[in-house]
Ligand binder design. Structure first.
Ligand code: GAP
Length: 489
């Protein structure tokens, strides 16, 4: 049973130290969230799982960490300055500001996006406000979603030479480093470059907790292949691999589905994109409104490497990029050909993965007293804490000493905590609610038999284990940890 809605997770996340509304002491900041002690562990575990899976376990992927602020020209030649915008409209009745292309009536039925005049439709009253249903809307304006900043203390606000952007995707940092990585690591096509890090978009309508925020984290990989590779098949292969990875994180396949992005909605760089969707809104009665994008897998062609290269020319023979000083082409020793590699790009969001994982792990169980308890059935590899060591009598120094010693001995092997802040029932309930797979109780008997009680989060079953066997026992029980691995392509 996954969470019935996102609000259930918002409340659990705040109550238990996963995620807090940001800047609360000043009344908050719309759609910004801070990750607390357990949230940062969960995010790190998601990122580590991804990094291990791609960079360590495969033999054809390297990792990098590029700057968030890049030369403005990167965004000019990537196409983001000209095309990374959303159409914005205001409702004259209720004063709401919205993305026009998400409104009922915006697209003519069965028509292609390029073939219609949106403002004519808006003026004719064919488009409806999402808030109040009025058709009294303004013309659309294009709003570039990149956050602007000025470089240098003395820079004038209007000086175009000082203008810079916070990156709206991590991908461009990979493209501009393609040759650096390829030559220094002596890589041959096909190979991939992975990067995880923050991206920023001035979203018109952020919302739904951490699903759509202006600051978020991405896990992106650009997989470089030969121009004649079977690109569309490769997209499907990466889709399958990611489905397995998500399932390995504990997400039920029933809550995942694929969405082939229609041609007219493709990003400017994409020839094909398949989105993996998660059921973030199970409470919505219409099945098709329950889903939202978790990640996308795009075939980006050679668009980016070409755009950033100094040599390619247009139909008139003019260089398409007169500012670049490098040619990002690749010489293929096997075919003796020089070309711009094509790219398959799986692009996932850390925050959306975390939300999907939390929603899917949520469950409720009734105890002997008829009380409902929340159990967060997180996969052991993702659980912020793997084992909690709980003394049965906190006023008995020998028991407390033994419990603390066990915590210290487990720490090098797995993340463990010591907790004596309540009665045992309360302590178990708290650990169940934050997803700790194992609780270890030290009692009076432990002082005599050098054994402890190990309690399982999901079944509440208990067993007695010798302290000397504890680390090995826990590691076995915590499988799959550190990571279940899908087969590489
Ligand atoms: N480089 C390609 C790219 O950035 P995208 O579909 O725009 O593609 C990839 O973004 C993923 O990043 C999304 O599937 C989503 O998981 C995450 N993402 C994008 N915008 C987001 C936002 N405003 N808030 C949270 N996550 C976001």
């Amino acid at each position: 049973m996954p969470a019935p809605n996102i609000d259930t997770i918002v409340s659990l996340a705040k109550r238990r130290g996963f995620i807090f509304p940001s800047s609360e002491v000043y009344g908050g900041l719309g759609s910004a969230w801070d990750y607390g002690p357990l949230g940062v562990e969960l995010c790190n575990n998601v990122k580590q799982s991804w990094w291990r899976w791609l960079v360590y376990e495969r033999d054809d992927v390297e990792g990098i960490d590029s700057s968030i602020i890049l030369n403005r020209l990167v965004w000019q030649y990537s196409g983001h300055e000209a095309t990374f915008h959303d159409p914005l409209v205001d409702c004259r009745e209720c004063k709401s500001r919205m993305r026009a292309d998400k409104l009922e009536g915006y697209f003519p039925e069965g028509d292609q996006r390029a073939e219609f005049d949106a403002n004519a439709r808006l003026r004719a009253g064919l488009v409806k406000c999402a808030e109040c249903g009025s058709t009294n809307l303004t013309d659309e304006r294009h709003f570039n979603m990149m956050f602007r900043t000025m470089l240098g203390a003395a820079a004038d606000e209007n000086d175009p030479s000082a203008l810079a952007y916070l990156r709206p995707e991590t991908a461009q940092g990979i493209f501009i480093n393609f040759l650096n990585v390829q030559t220094t690591m002596r890589r041959k096509i096909p190979f991939g470059i992975a990067q995880v890090g923050k991206s920023f978009r001035n979203e018109i309508t952020p919302g739904n907790f951490i699903l759509r925020t202006r600051e978020f984290e991405q896990m992106e990989m650009e997989y470089f292949v030969r121009p004649d590779a079977e690109h569309l098949k490769l997209v499907d292969e990466w889709v399958e691999l990611y489905l397995e990875w998500f399932k390995g994180l504990g997400i039920d396949a029933a809550n995942l589905k694929l969405h082939e992005v229609p041609q007219e909605e493709l990003a400017h760089y994409s020839k094909r994109t398949v989105d993996i969707m998660y059921r973030y809104f199970p409470e919505r009665p219409e099945e098709e409104r329950q889903w939202e994008e978790l990640m996308g897998i795009a075939y980006r062609t050679d668009f980016d490497l070409r755009s950033h290269s100094s040599k390619p020319t247009d139909a008139e023979g003019n260089r398409i990029n007169p500012d670049s000083t490098e040619d990002l082409s690749y010489f293929d020793e096997t075919t003796k050909q020089r070309y711009y590699p094509h790219v398959i790009e799986p692009a996932a969001g850390v925050n959306r993965t975390v939300l999907a994982v939390l929603m899917d792990a949520y469950s409720e169980k009734t105890n002997d007293k008829g009380e409902t308890r929340v159990i967060l059935k997180l996969s052991p590899q993702l659980a912020p804490i793997k084992a909690a060591i709980l003394p049965l009598a906190k006023n008995k120094p020998e028991i407390v000493g033994m419990a603390k010693a066990i915590k210290r001995s487990l720490q090098p092997v797995l993340r463990a905590v010591y907790d004596d802040t309540g009665g045992i029932g309360k302590l178990y309930a708290r650990q169940d609610e934050i997803g700790t797979p194992m609780c270890i109780t030290v009692d009076h008997q432990s002082l005599e038999d050098e054994a402890v009680t190990v309690r399982d989060r999901d079944t509440w079953e208990q067993e007695r284990v010798k302290v000397s066997d504890l680390a090995e026992h826990l590691q076995k029980r915590l499988k799959p940890y550190p990571n279940p691995l899908p087969e590489p392509v």
